[in-house]
Write a protein that binds this ligand. Structure first.
Ligand SMILES: NC(=O)c1ccc[n+]([C@@H]2O[C@H](COP(=O)([O-])OP(=O)(O)OC[C@H]3O[C@@H](n4cnc5c(N)ncnc54)[C@H](O)[C@@H]3O)[C@@H](O)[C@H]2O)c1
Length: 261
């Protein structure tokens, strides 16, 4: 069956919102048992409840991905309760240091406080590293292969003013992806990244709410629209499915053509 995930277990971080939530929904619809993990437990619980209401399997788990012990516990729980991890989608990240408030500043690099830079790196790069390696260890132990899909960004390869920490963190995620792809291939584990363009999630709300800015962004996108979370979830589904099994170490670009050189 096309893009079928029946019998697979998928651990998804950032599943309380946006791309991670849509990926959890789509993977469950395609037959996977899903762990919807996020630091925002009430919203992760909403994701899981919605999936269960649709007759599919999901549980919610609270995790702060900068804390290695919490990441290890998330993986251990998934293995214990669902029997293993076949697919990891690492989508949790922040556009700037928000210290859990949802608000923060986009600094010029010459002005950015070191603590703020470190916070972005700690969540986006260290957090993805920790999530990937704990899931990979479980996959290696189970000896049945696996799929790791990191949500990077177009910002991994294109710089922007006041986006330096985010871009550097996502460039790091892209290199992490390539290195893990080389290191894990012998275990039958593929590792790929996705570089979304401008997607309609809370992360781009500040752009979409500002009409002149939204207009100029849409005009910069050849397909003339923001992406939907589904556009990214569908790419992740392909990479997670049997159909995507020959891809590893790749960066996929669902972005409406925004980075065509
Ligand atoms: N929306 C876009 O246009 C866009 C573009 C390129 C890349 N991305 C990437 O896509 C991914 C998903 O973003 P989104 O747009 O869905 O954003 P979102 O803000 O809707 O979702 C991000 C989720 O990550 C969670 N999270 C953040 N820090 C965490 C932490 N330390 N521990 C655990 N959970 C944490 C948040 O609680 C939130 O639920 C991110 O990696 C983002 O960088 C998004």
């Amino acid at each position: 069956m096309a893009l079928d995930l029946t019998g697979k277990v998928a651990l998804i971080t950032g599943a309380a919102s946006g791309i991670g939530r849509e990926t959890a929904r789509l993977f469950a619809q395609q037959g996977a048992a899903v762990v919807a993990a996020d630091r925002n437990l009430p919203q992760a619980q909403e994701t899981a409840a919605e999936i269960r209401t649709a007759g599919r399997s999901a549980l919610a788990h609270q995790v702060e991905i900068t804390d290695e012990a919490q990441v290890a516990a998330m993986v251990q729980r998934t293995v214990k309760e669902l029997g293993g991890i076949d697919i990891l989608v690492a989508a949790a990240a922040v556009p700037f240091a928000d210290y859990g408030t949802g608000k923060g500043s986009r600094y010029l690099l010459v002005e950015q406080p070191l603590e703020d830079w470190r916070r972005v790196m700690s969540i986006n790069l260290d957090g993805t590293f920790l999530t990937d390696r704990h899931a990979a260890r479980a996959m290696i132990d189970a000896n049945r292969g696996g799929r790791i899909i990191n949500i990077a960004s177009g910002a991994a390869i294109v710089a922007s003013i006041r986006g330096g920490a985010y871009s550097a963190s996502k460039a790091g995620v892209w290199m992490l992806t390539k290195t893990l792809a080389l290191e894990l291939a012998r275990h039958g584990i593929t590792v790929n990244a996705i570089a979304p363009g401008f997607i309609e999630t809370p992360m781009t709300e500040h752009i979409r709410q500002h009409e002149p800015l939204a207009k100029s962004v849409v005009e910069s996108i050849p397909l003339r629209r923001f992406g939907k979370p589904f556009d990214i979830a569908a790419t992740a589904l392909f990479l997670a499915s049997e159909e995507g099994s020959y891809y590893t170490g790749q960066l996929m670009h669902p972005n409406g053509g925004v980075l065509i050189p």
